[in-house]
Design a protein around this ligand. Structure first.
Ligand SMILES: [Zn+2]
Length: 416
């Protein structure tokens, strides 16, 4: 079986120019004795926006692996795929994030529901989970309610999993099931029911991405109750350990944290939990790398800075249209967005400081950062003008990409 190791980080490379500078961050971790597996991820939606093809992600990753002589594991994640989008990812991916969030809450058939509840008497009554102080007390009505909400989604995950397994062979890919893109978070008792149902579907999942409590805004820190997150994260870990034994799920099954970049206040909490339990984690990031490209171009000055400013000006003029698809995952203060004229008067370091995620920096502006995070389509529209500038300013862009990934992500999360 293709096994996902204990620590892995999903990296997004929207324009397929940063695989090497991303991989360098993993090499820096390895030099400090921490093995972290890079997983290059790109969703169907991202490919559509950029006009790229899944094969390009594999090609860029493979070229980086060869150029840097990386001999440890690496993977390519078909991110957030569904039955209707998975096929073009099959030849060039060995990691599949099966997204069934859209089917959460959809009615599932009564016979299947009854069979599930009858088949799981162990979920009823007082359920003691090692590592969780308070046992879960669950009635038949509770199980029915949770199963009614998730069963159809889980059965769809089974369908997609078998579709992939039939074509690739079950031992040749890593399966993740994601339920993060939905309205309400899944509680630890719900996670247990979901894992029981996924096991019934014989899905050999190695990671699961629940929706956690609190807000996971794009490219900025977590917003929510840290104590509650810590409790729930630790309870989720305990539920997973329990479900591995109870339902024979893969022993390396771990949590996947989506929209995981830039969640600086969570990393110490997650790290404490990993150290205390020996658990692993998959942290999925994507857009944080494209922002480092912009920061690098701003610092480069000249044409790079000019294009970065132009992208901001265009984004500001189209703010409603660009932000609409991301309304639930950004919190932009319109009054904090400077006019294009103001930004045009800035130096390169000023724009870089506004964008770079150092919250304590006096020039940092979370609203500019979030707006540009969702504005990668604007750079895609600039086409080779954008990518030629990335090439021309490769060293300064690469430095920013590597530092962001290593210093602000891998280090606080996994090294400390
Ligand atoms: Zn996700």
């Amino acid at each position: 079986m293709l096994n996902l190791q204990r620590f892995s980080i999903g990296v997004g490379d929207r324009f397929a120019h940063q695989a090497r500078s991303q991989l360098r961050a993993f090499q820096l971790a390895a030099q400090q004795g921490i093995d972290v597996v890079p997983v290059w991820n790109k969703s169907n939606r991202e490919h559509t926006f950029i006009g790229s093809h899944p094969q390009s992600v594999f090609d860029a990753a493979e070229a980086a692996v060869q150029a840097l002589g990386w001999s440890k594991p690496w993977h390519v994640d078909a991110d957030h795929i569904r039955l209707e989008t998975v096929d073009k990812f099959l030849p060039c991916s060995d990691f599949f994030t099966i997204d069934v969030a859209d089917s959460i809450g959809q009615p599932s058939d009564a016979a299947a529901l009854g069979a599930f509840v009858d088949g799981h008497p162990e979920l009823l009554g007082t359920v003691r989970i090692p590592g969780i102080a308070e046992p879960f007390t669950t009635t038949r009505a509770d199980i029915e309610r949770v199963a009614a909400k998730y069963l159809l989604a889980v059965r769809e995950a089974g369908q997609i999993y078998r579709h992939i397994a039939d074509r690739k062979g079950e031992s040749n890919f890593i399966a993740e099931v994601s339920m993060d893109e939905t309205d309400s978070p899944q509680t630890p008792p719900e996670l247990l029911v979901i894992l029981a149902a996924l096991a019934d579907q014989k899905i050999r999942l190695q990671t699961i991405a629940p929706k956690f409590t609190g807000r996971f805004n794009k490219g900025v820190d977590y917003v929510g109750d840290l104590a509650q997150f810590e409790r729930e994260f630790n309870d989720d870990l305990a539920v997973i350990r329990f479900a591995i034994t109870q339902y024979g799920l893969p022993a390396n099954l771990k949590l996947s944290v989506h929209s995981g970049s830039d969640k600086f206040s969570l990393y110490p909490i997650i790290r404490r939990a990993l150290v205390a339990t020996g658990a692993g984690v998959h942290l999925k990031t994507a857009g944080t790398t494209w922002l480092e490209e912009l920061i690098g171009l701003a610092e480069a000055g000249g044409d790079g800075l000019a294009l970065a400013k132009e992208i901001y000006g265009y984004a500001l003029a189209h703010v409603d249209e660009l932000c609409a698809p991301y309304a639930s995952v950004i919190d932009i203060r319109r009054d904090a967005l400077p006019s294009a004229e103001t930004v045009n008067g800035w130096t390169g370091p000023q724009l870089a400081n506004a964008l770079r995620h150092i919250p304590s920096h006096p020039e940092f502006n979370a609203s500019i950062r979030q707006l540009l995070h969702v504005s990668f389509k604007v750079a895609a529209k600039a086409g080779t003008r954008y990518t030629d500038l990335l090439r021309a300013n490769e060293a300064i862009v690469a430095k920013n990409v590597t530092e962001n990934l290593f210093d602000r992500h891998i280090k606080p999360l996994l090294i400390g």
